[in-house]
Write a protein that binds this ligand. Structure first.
Ligand SMILES: [Zn+2]
Length: 201
């Protein structure tokens, strides 16, 4: 059967439609609290600020005893520094001013699930609790346009490398996915190296 036969064209269209379909939001982690929702909203706002500043849609907030200690958004594109993810950027910027006890008693809210690099930063900072908004495999589907996601999720990374870190998520994923759906279709695919070699995220 020729590749231009209507049957193959139908299959190709079906594949394209399914690949570009928005992921169905996953339910909230039942262990998250009403307070967690308040600070997740702030992390989403920081993700929007990241986009407004010319960067990817990622934000993070560090909170202790209900008080915001630090905020950061992704700065990878404007700095051309691939380590400038929201979580690692926050830790690198603020750790010289914080002691380990403060990190241990804090929650890091991040608009999207931390990648393996950021899991490492969180581990070495000694942050005690992490709450993420959008699951990494969910936004990777939007970035790649496929279901071929990598994933070693953050819960597994922490379980194997730093089990003392409490990790919760997803939380408010439907809201968090909106910024990804707006951003990635008009920006380069980070799986393809850019001219300066940066990953793009
Ligand atoms: Zn990261």
């Amino acid at each position: 059967m020729a590749q231009n036969h209507p049957y193959y064209i139908f299959l190709a269209l079906l594949a394209a439609c399914s690949a570009s379909a928005s992921p169905n939001p996953l339910p909230d982690d039942p262990a998250c609290t009403a307070t967690d929702r308040v600070f997740m909203s702030r992390a989403f706002e920081l993700a929007r600020q990241g986009v407004a500043s010319g960067n990817g849609p990622f934000g993070a907030v560090l909170v202790k005893d209900g008080k915001v200690l630090a905020e950061y958004h992704n700065r990878v594109r404007t700095t051309t520094n691939v380590t400038q993810h929201a979580e690692t950027g926050l830790i690198a910027t603020f750790s010289p001013k914080m002691d380990r006890a403060t990190f241990a008693a804090s929650t890091l809210y991040t608009s999207s699930e931390p990648c393996t690099m950021c899991c490492g930063s969180i581990r070495f900072a000694g942050i005690g609790r992490v709450v993420y908004g959008v699951t990494e495999s969910q936004f990777e589907r939007i970035i790649t346009g496929t279901d071929e996601t990598n994933h070693l999720g953050s819960k597994e990374v922490f379980a194997r490398t730093a089990p003392q870190v409490k990790v919760l998520g997803p939380l408010m994923e439907a809201e968090g996915l909106i910024e990804h759906e707006k951003y990635w279709p008009t920006h380069s695919n980070p799986s393809r190296p850019r001219t300066n070699g940066a990953s793009g995220r």
